[in-house]
Design a protein around this ligand. Structure first.
Ligand SMILES: C[S@@+](CC[C@H](N)C(=O)[O-])C[C@H]1O[C@@H](n2cnc3c(N)ncnc32)[C@H](O)[C@@H]1O
Length: 241
């Protein structure tokens, strides 16, 4: 199953595709002090909850980069319904190849999608190039909560501690804020995938990819319970470029 279809099924009922709450994202918006004269870049924008909320609450203009056409369809519809579609430009593109102009944006957001640019280091290089000097960035990413990680998580590559994550994102500046996911946030995010998958599996018994999805969801649940939940944390860090 193509990864965009897989995620469109398992995250069919998510507003926010991360272990994060609307309250924490509202705090993030307050902290970043967005206003109507600003132009913000959001990489890996998902189903658009944060961008719509920013446009509604602050009037800022947002350019959103998102590869998944299923998510973009939902985000466009929601932006239209919220009456903020003229403030949000959704570009369906791969974050690794999309062209972004230097020193263009007042702020940069990438909430749980550094892999969309090839990893945390390339993401930070991109933000330091395309966000105007002194602008704010907010990056949500994983960190390790144990000294060593199981081999099953090797595919994640090197995972920093929380201190390492903050240091990498802040660069030469002091960090402004850190919003760390609770275990409850993680469980809410993950179990909602199980529920959405069960609904799809029950409703689509003859779909040619039905059995693939059953297997993929069982693997996802197993990996979460055995490897990710005990070893991996998640946080949004806010800093200046
Ligand atoms: C964990 S989700 C986060 C979505 C959103 N930021 C949120 O918090 O709800 C990661 C997002 O990155 C997108 N993505 C993955 N690879 C990408 C790529 N190469 N280019 C652009 N977006 C990508 C996924 O489709 C997904 O919407």
């Amino acid at each position: 199953m193509h990864f965009t279809r897989f995620w469109s099924i398992v995250e069919a009922t998510h507003d926010i595709s991360n272990p994060c709450t609307p309250q924490k994202l509202d705090r993030l918006i307050d902290l970043m002090g967005f206003h109507a004269d600003q132009h913000i870049l959001d990489i890996g924008s998902g189903r658009g909850w944060l961008d719509i909320r920013i446009a509604e609450r602050t009037g800022a203009r947002i350019t959103a980069i998102e590869i998944n056409p299923w998510f973009n369809e939902v985000a466009r519809l929601r932006a239209q319904r919220a009456g903020v579609h003229e403030r949000i430009d959704i570009i369906e593109a791969d974050g690794r190849t999309v062209t972004l102009t230097d020193q263009t944006y007042d702020a940069g957001l990438c909430i749980g999608a550094s892999f969309a640019v090839g990893g945390l280091a390339p993401l930070l290089d991109t933000f330091r190039r395309v966000v105007k000097p002194g602008g704010l960035i907010a990056v949500g990413d994983i960190f390790r909560i144990t000294d060593t990680l199981p081999a099953a998580l090797d595919e994640l590559g090197p995972v920093p501690t929380l201190a390492g994550l903050v240091d990498q994102i802040r660069g030469d500046h002091e960090p402004l804020e850190m919003l760390v996911a609770t275990l409850e946030d993680w469980d809410r995010y993950e179990t909602r995938k199980w529920q959405a998958a069960q609904q799809w599996i029950a409703a689509n018994p003859t779909d040619p990819e039905h059995d693939d999805l059953v297997t993929a969801v069982a693997t996802m649940r197993h990996d979460y319970l055995h490897y990710e939940r005990p070893h991996i944390g998640w946080a949004i860090v806010v800093a200046r470029v």
